[in-house]
Design a protein around this ligand. Structure first.
Ligand code: ZN
Length: 323
């Protein structure tokens, strides 16, 4: 997602607003320990989520057109088929601006597919072909392994799927893995957000309108801080309010800060443009963003746990009929 320039601006903000290690991450860990101490059971398995990050990266960089990409998609599809009521796969070929043909796959896992009251969660499952933000110029043509950028959001969705397989939701839930988010050039808006754009034009049914949707992107940093992303605040303020207040109720107010964030070009944008109420939960302040060092050792199990707990709680708050 987004431009390198955005990420640098966010880093500057972080330097101003956080002093040293005493940023959100530490407080998040403290909240997690508190939950463990009080014996609050979690439906979301953070350890399994970290394993899901490792499993994705083990395929290699999931760059469209590569063998690793195809094999990872097969694996993700199988993982979701084991857990969801139905899985819909959108397969197509995307022709890039420079004439290359890329095999694309969106995977939609549905729980209670006929229920009108629904929640939509999405994450991109591809990884970037070039580590163009790497500090070492020699590495900038290597692909990104995408442990956090791609892998973490997918891990949240797989973990939510597992929780819902164990105990069905009262409402419908759609878990959407989109392809080709990170392929091309964000500066010129070329060959990026490929899967979310495709999905926005081919929604699962006429009048498809989830109550709310959340894009989970870059959600595994060891010191997470989620600012309120500007397209989300402008396009679906009530969803920002809902997600942030649930996170705060769970004790994660330091991580889900009320600070305003930048506008980020990400997969929620094509869906907002179609009228869907979808926001972006994203932490761009990740030192290894679009570098070859975006590896599983730089993804935190505690952070995945925290985000997964929020994701599950948002679904459990909903009842079959409006309260
Ligand atoms: Zn990216």
């Amino acid at each position: 997602m987004s431009q390198i320039r955005d990420s640098l601006i966010v880093l500057a903000w972080g330097a101003v607003l956080c002093t040293g290690a005493a940023c959100g991450g530490e407080r998040a860990d403290a909240a997690g320990r508190e939950a463990a101490a009080t014996g609050a059971a979690s439906e979301f398995d953070g350890a399994a989520a970290l394993e899901a990050v490792q499993a994705q990266v083990a395929f290699g960089a999931r760059v469209p057109g590569t063998e690793a990409h195809a094999r990872a998609a097969d694996w993700l599809e199988a993982e979701l088929r084991r857990r969801a009521d139905t899985v819909i796969v959108q397969r197509w070929t995307h022709t890039t601006a420079d004439g290359r043909s890329l095999p694309m796959r969106n995977i939609l896992a549905r729980f209670r597919p006929t229920e009108a009251r629904r929640v939509l969660y999405l994450a991109h499952w591809d990884s970037r072909p070039v580590a163009d933000s790497d500090p070492d110029p020699a590495k900038r043509r290597a692909p990104v392994l995408g442990a956090n950028d791609g892998g973490s959001g997918v891990a949240i969705l797989l973990g939510v799927a597992e929780a819902l397989a164990r105990r069905a939701p009262e409402v419908g839930v759609d878990l959407l893995l989109v392809d080709g988010e990170d392929y091309g050039d964000f500066e010129t808006n070329t060959d990026v957000l490929i899967g979310s754009r495709y999905f926005a034009e081919r929604l699962p049914e006429p009048g498809y309108a989830p109550l709310f949707g959340v894009l989970w992107d870059m959600v595994g940093d060891e010191a997470p801080v989620f600012e309120q992303e500007a397209h989300s605040v402008r396009g679906a303020p009530e969803v920002v309010q809902r997600v942030w207040s649930t996170a705060q109720r769970l004790g994660h107010g330091a991580v889900f800060t009320n600070r305003s964030g930048l506008a980020i070009t990400d997969d929620h944008v094509p869906l907002l443009a179609k009228g869907l109420r979808v926001i972006d939960v994203i932490d761009l302040d990740y030192p290894w963003h679009h570098t070859v060092a975006d590896t599983p050792d730089r993804v935190s199990q505690q952070t995945l746990q925290l985000v997964g707990d929020v994701a599950v709680a948002l679904i459990r708050e909903l009842t079959a009929t409006p309260r």
